[in-house]
Design a binder for this molecule. Structure first.
Ligand SMILES: [Zn+2]
Length: 545
């Protein structure tokens, strides 16, 4: 804090709390905010009283514990927000409800208009515990193309959508994707990986103004759960414009650090041309919206993830790789030379090993790179040798317990119990000395405290406790979710802790997560969230000035 002697500093907010965990090892009792920043902290509740003036809001939070707001290292805020504009099949609890919503949307769509559903659904939430079929979607919407994306790597469609996209029995599988087929080769309507994009390319994108508005609503839902920053894990350039609109209109309730998609449907030449055409590099932007880097996808998700050993439920399958090592090394080297950070989705252990080859190839050409220049996204499965290579190469890893939480049952079926237990072994990564940043990848607002509870217990939604030996303690989980992400963003000097000079991004809870039983964290939600010195969420109007 620099204080001009003539003009005494006056706080905008003086918050007195039960505990203020700075995440630097110190715990305080009061914190002073001015403008967008933390300007003072004190170990005494009354230690900053002399900085309060007539315009200072003094917040009595003696019953609350403050933490730095969560920084999610990998989440799809754009998808979560765009979902609000789409058919909300995530609310359906049976196939009939699902197809009923589709039929209703088709009735309200113009002739031949697309019916697009939210991505945040999963068949495990339907009574039948299966995907809607092509015949069911055809019956619901005979004349409108239907695309129901489920998460980032799978979709179901109807015949009108397949027709519009020109997908039939004779269509070959696209690179990095699969068209589900019956014995005679005709499509089942299930699309995986690149095949999702092949069909989605024919659907109209959301209107930019509408999307910007939705980003405001979507980001507020995350702030209400204690999130202050989201690394946006995949957008295109039109969507970047929508983010700029949202930022300019003052709609963003959280900070956003986007990654720009470099699609695996591109040849190496096309990908290099795309990167050259960006005319920018990592770091462009301001505290609210700053471009993090480029995004590549190496394999699929639980379905389609590239594994070293065959799938448990299909010994003929071990997933797919989307990129050729030589081509991707060329593209990434060009990206890094032009000042880009790169994050690559690699779910399976074969994808992780292949990505390590790519990243090592890049470093061989560029020389040593700053930490977090090359990032492995997810690494759901990895072996000790891969973890050691990642650490030696300086490749950070974003980890999402929420994926195991959400899809544990599916992993048990597809990957088997042994591999499911070993998903994201945070204890092993930390013991190996890895740089980790925690996040969710849920494409819907998800309580970070549920994720912290999961990291500390290995608990899941419907697959019980998986691999309890890989749990880490609550303090370590909170560090990965605040300072870990701040490090990855290259913004540790501004984000991830509560000390003077940091951005005023804080979240307040009615119990102290560091003192509580981890079991009590699973559904703990904030009382308020402050981002950039402004209330982003204020459940009980505690921040009213
Ligand atoms: Zn993702």
């Amino acid at each position: 804090m620099t204080r001009e002697p003539a003009e005494p500093l006056r706080l905008d907010y003086l918050i007195k709390a039960w505990a203020i965990h700075s995440m630097t090892g110190r715990t305080y009792r009061s914190v002073g905010l001015r403008g967008a920043e933390v300007v003072a902290v004190s170990a005494e509740p009354d230690g900053l009283d002399d900085l309060a003036g007539g315009g200072t809001a003094v917040v009595d939070a003696g019953d609350l514990t403050l933490l730095p707001a969560f920084a999610d290292s990998h989440e799809h805020l754009k998808e979560a927000s765009a979902n609000m504009l789409l058919v909300p099949v995530d609310k359906a609890r049976s196939v009939a409800e699902f197809t009923g919503m589709v039929a209703d949307a088709a009735r309200h769509a113009g002739p031949g208009g697309w019916v697009l559903t939210s991505m945040g659904w999963h068949e495990s939430n339907l009574a039948e515990n299966r995907l809607p079929t092509l015949a069911e979607l055809d019956a619901a919407a005979p004349d409108h193309p239907v695309l129901a994306r489920r998460g980032g790597h799978l979709a179901v469609t109807n015949s009108a959508a397949l027709r519009t996209a020109g997908v039939g029995a004779g269509t070959p599988d696209p690179p990095g994707g699969g068209i589900g087929r019956l014995a005679d080769g005709s499509p089942t309507g299930v699309l995986e990986g690149g095949a999702v994009y092949q069909v989605a390319a024919f659907a109209p994108p959301p209107d930019r103004v509408e999307l910007a508005t939705a980003l405001g609503t979507g980001s507020a839902a995350y702030a209400a759960l204690g999130v202050g920053t989201i690394r946006e894990a995949m957008i295109n350039l039109d969507e970047l414009l929508a983010y700029q609109d949202a930022r300019d209109r003052g709609l963003l309730a959280v900070r956003v650090r986007p990654m720009i998609r470099v699609g695996n449907e591109l040849s190496a030449e096309q990908a290099i041309a795309l990167i050259r055409g960006l005319g920018a590099r990592s770091g462009l932007g301001d505290d609210w919206l700053r471009i993090w880097g480029l995004k590549f996808v190496m394999d699929g998700g639980v379905e389609g993830g590239a594994l070293e050993q065959p799938y448990a439920d299909d010994p003929a399958q071990s997933g797919h790789l989307n990129w050729d090592v030589t081509a991707m090394t060329r593209v990434c080297t060009e990206g890094v030379r032009r000042g880009w950070r790169i994050g690559t989705h690699a779910a399976g252990d074969r994808a992780v090993r292949t990505l390590l080859e790519v990243y090592e190839g890049v470093v061989a050409q560029t020389g040593d790179l700053p930490p977090w220049t090359l990032v492995i996204e997810h690494a759901l499965l990895s072996d000790p040798a891969q973890r050691e290579r990642a650490v030696r190469g300086g490749f950070g890893v974003t980890v999402q317990h929420a994926l195991l939480w959400n899809m544990g049952s599916e992993m048990l079926l597809t990957w088997g119990p042994d591999r499911t237990r070993r998903v994201n072994p945070l204890d092993q990564w930390l013991a190996a000395g890895a740089s980790l940043a925690a996040g969710t990848d849920m494409a819907r607002p998800f309580n970070p405290m549920t994720n912290v509870w999961g990291m500390a217990t290995r608990g899941t939604k419907s697959a019980g406790i998986q691999g309890p030996e890989h749990a880490i303690d609550v303090a370590a989980a909170l560090r990965l979710y605040t300072q870990g992400t701040a490090d990855m963003l290259g913004e540790a000097h501004r984000l991830g802790s509560i000390t003077p000079g940091k951005l005023a991004d804080l979240v307040a809870y009615p119990l102290d997560p560091l003192a509580a039983d981890p079991a009590d964290l699973a559904s703990l939600t904030p009382v308020f969230t402050i981002v950039g010195g402004r209330p982003s969420y204020d459940r009980d109007k505690r921040l009213t000035r």
